[in-house]
Design a protein around this ligand. Sequence first.
Ligand code: NDP
Ligand code: 2IT
Length: 451
Amino acid sequence: MKVATSIDFASFMRRLEQKNPGQPEYIQAVYEVLTDVIPWIQEHPAYARDSLLERICEPDRIIIFKVTWDDDHGNVHVNRGFRVQGNNAIGPYKGGLRFHPSVNESILKFLAFEQTFKNSLTGMPLGSGKGGSDFDPKGKSESEIKRFCQAFITALLPFIGKDKDVPAGDIGVGSREISYMFGQMKRIATIAPGTLTGKGISFGGSNVRLEATGYGAVYFLKHILKHQRDTVEGKQVLISGSGNVALYAAEKLLTLGAKIISLSDSKGFLHIPSGLTQSLLSDIMTLRFNKHQPLAHILQQYPDLSFHPGKTPWHMPADIALPCATENEIDVEDANALHSGGVKVVVEGANMPVTPGAINVFRKHGVIYAPGKAANAGGVAVSGLEMSQNAMGYFWSHVEVDEKLQSIMKNIHDQCLRYSGHSAGEVVNYARGANIVGFKKIADVMLAFGV
Ligand code: NDP
Ligand code: 2IT
């Protein structure tokens, strides 16, 4: 019998594209990981066997279901719901739910694929998954959002469970939606609290889960800078997005003395030339999280600020960029503008916000690039801590969870550094480190389990 000892990158990608036509985001995510993992496998041929890579790339299963709900005028709507169950080698499927009109199989497969490596990097026993719907929450009333959430989770419930698959939030799914879904689950079934994470603290949620992704990304940034013998204090930072990840990253950066000069949403970006203040941030949080209004409405309270419709913040001079909105929001042109504007470090709060071409621009110019699967892992890590607390029937204080989050982010940073393979004087390749560490752990477990 002949056992494979090497993998040809080009033919692997060709086969993947043929098998998954019309799924560019999924192909892009796999391409980014294999750029690092295939050369590593050539040096470690034990991992070329048993079709390990094919098995990690192909999700275990994809559940597609109909979500029917009625609007406030009695019209009935049909949306499509999905759950991609990626890989459960190291633990139950785990990952967020996204409600956004762009949601399709390609986007959820890319997100589930990224989640496999991210969850592996946390060091916790968490498998990977992602789900959601093409439902557009914008312009919907509170009761329409509620009815949609109830219909969605009713359809998904048979496929999830605390030891099976544990959803959480993502774009368009925050505390409000998680509460509606958890309420409906309790109404129709006996469910363990650990079936869903991101819950309110008064009904089984964890301290710091709300803040965890943004805080975690800033903790990761702190370690990057520390390795450069530098700190966040006084740095000019560009942030995109004004949702959960962006605003809690901003909150943590403010406490560390950074100057945040932009936020954004899908309509454009807000320029804050004199830097974000705590009171402006509180008002933006109220606007976005409580009133669910577009970012530009902040000008009604702060007429001196400027909002730039249809534009992104990447052409402004700064030291650091934190893309925290969505995938592919920094392309080659943006990357060149960031480099020309003096940006030295790019940390992904969002999932895959930087295109492969833009990553190459950063590499060419020595800009440090931290991939989302490492830098934004704080969210799912605290989801893992929420599951642990639910299993114990106990809870940890804000300080205790925050300390655990800090130590998890340090550990992820240090592992990426160790496996980055950079030579002395070279810029640390955090992406390579993250891809290899994430892959190796899953691969070892899959080899141990056998086919
Ligand atoms: P939210 O829904 O809270 O916020 C999303 C933000 O991104 C909003 O400002 C939104 O603007 C903007 N945005 C969304 N889609 C687009 C688009 N197509 N173009 C431009 N802007 C857009 O989501 P989160 O903050 O939770 O998620 C942001 C990113 O972080 C996503 O990539 C998500 O996958 C990732 N992430 C989230 C985690 C979490 O714990 N929530 C964990 C790890 C990663 P608008 O309101 O106008 O649509
Ligand atoms: O992309 C992500 O890591 C998330 N949306 C959070 C997943 C989770 O299960 O907390």
